[in-house]
Design a protein around this ligand. Structure first.
Ligand code: UT7
Length: 344
């Protein structure tokens, strides 16, 4: 039995904000942002758009691709949605602060009438955590066959647009994959799908990437004066160091424990936080940077959405072939980290 990725889709808001657009309002420049992060632009949602709206668009995109490319027997995306057993959505910017889960809103609007739905809060590692959670839930029960795994963010709502060290980094977007439990082998010749996942957390770094206001530690109370909106605070250097270390460790762990070499891996699809993180990891591993797929220039850091958006793009551009061994790897608030080894 294997858990296979059937299709990957995405949604990106049409409004594109370039580095030069930001430099008109902030003390920054296209040169600084590009040289320190690799980012050239980001896509930002308009007022009135919530994360479930982006997630829903990515979900329909994924289901429609699966139908159009005849990867499933269903003939409409609506019929396919009705067959979903689980919807898992990784996000740090849900529609609502406490409840309900954004995944439930997506489930309803998709008409996924028999699906269970839940959110995953694992920062930018949310998609990797979500993929493993959904795979585990499918494996737990004979009757569960299909799941939709999403990463969706509107972090533009939670950054201080006057903080030049932070606001230049993030963009909005959503990505999704349809996964299915099949009878293909998970090991040995002809193995398919999700082979193995590593998940980890180092909560001692919780303060390095944090939104302090609004939770049970620091709640809003009746009568509180209206103050600055809750915003992300980040120790960029600490997150950077953690990220490089963990990306290298995860890749080395897969190589040694799965008895594979770098030549066996067709592509590494990392979380797109900063091109320099990826370049530094490639250098430490002694592998060419081109082994990593990088599309941060156009989208900036879309947090839990960055890996599924990258998978969609790589696949659409012909960069992935069925049977390719790929590795996804990520890190983020928590601090969390993780990676999955997948036969595409
Ligand atoms: O998904 C996970 C989320 N987060 C991350 O992955 C972030 C990881 N960290 C990073 O990517 C990098 O640490 C940053 C891109 C955030 C910062 O890069 P850095 O090379 O660590 O810069 P820095 O914070 O050390 O700042 C260097 C200088 C400072 O000026 P002084 O003190 O040297 O005069 C900053 O004030 O650059 C200045 N600076 C800027 N200058 C122009 C900071 N932001 C900007 C800016 N434009 N946007």
């Amino acid at each position: 039995m294997a858990i296979e990725i059937i299709a990957a889709g995405r949604a990106v808001p049409p409004r594109r904000v370039t580095n030069n657009d930001l430099a008109e309002k902030l003390d920054t420049s296209d040169e600084w942002i590009r040289s320190h992060t690799g980012i050239g632009a980001r896509h930002i949602v308009d007022d009135g758009i919530a994360v479930s709206d982006l997630a829903l668009e990515a979900a329909w995109n994924t289901l429609t691709l699966a139908v159009e490319e005849r990867l499933v027997p269903e003939t409409t995306a609506e019929d396919l949605a009705k067959t979903l057993d689980i919807i898992v959505l990784g996000t740090s910017s849900p529609d609502y602060h406490v409840c309900p889960a954004t995944a439930c809103i997506v489930q309803d609007k998709l008409g996924a009438s028999r699906a269970g739905a839940l959110d995953i809060g694992a920062g930018c590692s949310g998609f990797i955590y979500g993929l493993e959670t959904a795979a585990g839930l499918l494996e737990l029960h004979d009757r569960r066959k299909r799941a939709l795994v999403l990463g969706a963010e509107t972090l533009s709502r939670f950054v201080d647009w006057n903080d030049r060290s932070l606001c230049i980094l993030f963009g909005d977007g959503a990505g999704a994959v349809l996964i299915e439990k099949t009878c293909a082998p998970r090991a040995g010749p002809g193995k398919r799908g999700l082979l193995r996942t590593i998940l980890g957390s180092d909560g001692s770094g919780a303060e390095y990437l944090i939104v302090r206001k609004g939770g049970s530690r620091n709640p809003y109370r009746t009568g509180d004066p209206v103050e600055k909106a809750p915003c992300i605070e980040m120790n960029g250097r600490a997150v950077y160091n953690f990220a490089v270390k963990k990306v290298v460790e995860i890749i080395e762990q897969f190589l040694s424990e799965e008895n594979i070499t770098m030549e066996d891996i067709a592509r590494i699809v990392p979380h797109q936080a900063n091109a320099r993180i990826i370049q530094a990891a490639a250098k430490r591993l002694g592998i060419p940077e081109e082994k990593f797929f990088i599309n941060i220039e156009e989208y900036a850091n879309t947090s839990s959405a960055s890996i599924p958006i990258a998978l969609h793009e790589l696949n659409r551009n012909g960069g992935l072939r069925r049977g390719d061994l790929i590795l996804i790897v990520g890190f983020g608030a928590g601090l969390t980290y993780g990676g999955s080894l997948i036969v595409w």
